[in-house]
Design a protein around this ligand. Structure first.
Ligand SMILES: [Ca+2]
Ligand SMILES: [Ca+2]
Ligand SMILES: [Ca+2]
Length: 324
């Protein structure tokens, strides 16, 4: 400040003045970013750090009183569809803004979360709230082994197992497809990419008869089949897409039963009901009195009937006699 008198010449004096502005509670908290993206691996123990959000309040203590809280948690599956999740899947430290997990996450159930985080502070005695969005991507681990679809691991009607073998004709050509091996794996990318292999056959000598495409799972005839018989094939499905190291891959196994049959050697199966013979009987083809279809083979190309004829056929017996 400058002070001067009215004299001639005037005299003056200078003095420095320091003005201090007293803070009042006039700023609310603002997040440094409106969106945060974090990643956390599945299967980690509770309290695993996910990330930290920050909101600043321009006021000084005691007016810079930011309190963090989680407002809403939404879960998504791998296809991006909303799935039900616990509202307590994560928690946030109210003063630091650090977010941690509340339990081990499973990517195969919920692969991503959206969390609305709030920062509240007081402004002129009332509460003000800021909101930020946090996206948490759950990183996949290889925690699921392949599951065979064909041949099925438990016996089913078309499962390729002991009771329902795959039938191959002895006359099959090289390259003919015997079956398509398939399995599924619920992990993501390489953790869920499968390759197939034959790990053994019974008998051992049958090993070279078939080849299996590692990727497509197509099992084809590799050379002229030498004879009829049953081949039990041990199959493996391995994940890792040939990218993961050996130790990180998971393998499942299943057994395919292949029955090589020839024209005369096909297994015969007894048939109880014979619609063809019933049809003949209904047409009054009376020469055939009793006929029983004993067997047909599994490809229904050969029928074996036992036919009995009677010299006094049924409809002659049942014909009305002429009246006297
Ligand atoms: Ca999992
Ligand atoms: Ca997984
Ligand atoms: Ca897997």
């Amino acid at each position: 400040m400058l002070a001067s008198d009215a004299g001639v010449p005037p005299r003056s004096a200078r003095v420095g003045v320091r003005i201090s502005v007293t803070d009042v509670d006039d700023s609310s908290a603002r997040f440094q970013r409106s969106n945060y993206v974090f990643s956390v691996r599945e299967n980690q123990p509770r309290d695993t750090a996910v990330g930290r959000v920050r909101a600043a309040d321009a006021d000084q203590v005691p007016f810079s009183d930011v309190v963090y809280a989680l407002d809403r948690i939404t879960g998504y599956d791998a296809n991006g569809s909303v799935v039900a999740v616990s509202e307590t899947a994560f928690s946030v430290d109210s003063s630091s803004g650090s977010i941690v997990t509340s339990y081990p996450l499973d990517r195969e159930t919920v692969s991503g979360y959206r969390i609305d985080v709030t920062a509240t502070s007081t402004i002129a005695g009332s509460i003000s709230t800021a909101t930020a969005t946090v996206v948490v991507n759950v990183v996949d681990l290889n925690d699921n082994a392949p599951v065979f679809l064909f041949p099925t691991e438990t016996e089913t009607a078309d499962g390729g197992g002991e009771d329902n073998p795959v039938i191959v004709s002895l006359s099959a050509d090289i390259g003919d497809v015997v079956a398509t091996i398939s399995a599924t794996d619920s992990d993501a990318s390489a953790n869920g990419q499968l390759v197939y292999s034959i790990t053994g056959t019974k008998p051992n000598s049958a090993r070279s008869l078939f080849t299996l495409d590692r990727v497509s799972g197509k099992l084809v005839v590799a050379r002229k089949l030498p004879g009829v018989g049953v081949v039990r094939m041990q199959l493996a499905a391995t994940d890792g897409g040939e990218v993961l190291s050996e130790v990180d891959r998971l393998t499942s196994s299943s057994t395919l039963v292949v029955n090589v049959v020839g024209g005369r050697d096909r297994p015969l199966r007894r048939v109880e009901n014979d619609s063809l013979m019933s049809a003949l009987a209904s047409q009054h083809l009376a020469v055939v009195l009793t006929a029983t279809l004993l067997y047909h083979d599994t490809q229904a190309t050969h029928l074996l009937y036992v036919v009995a004829a009677d010299s006094d056929p049924a409809d002659r017996k049942s014909s009305p006699r002429p009246s006297p």
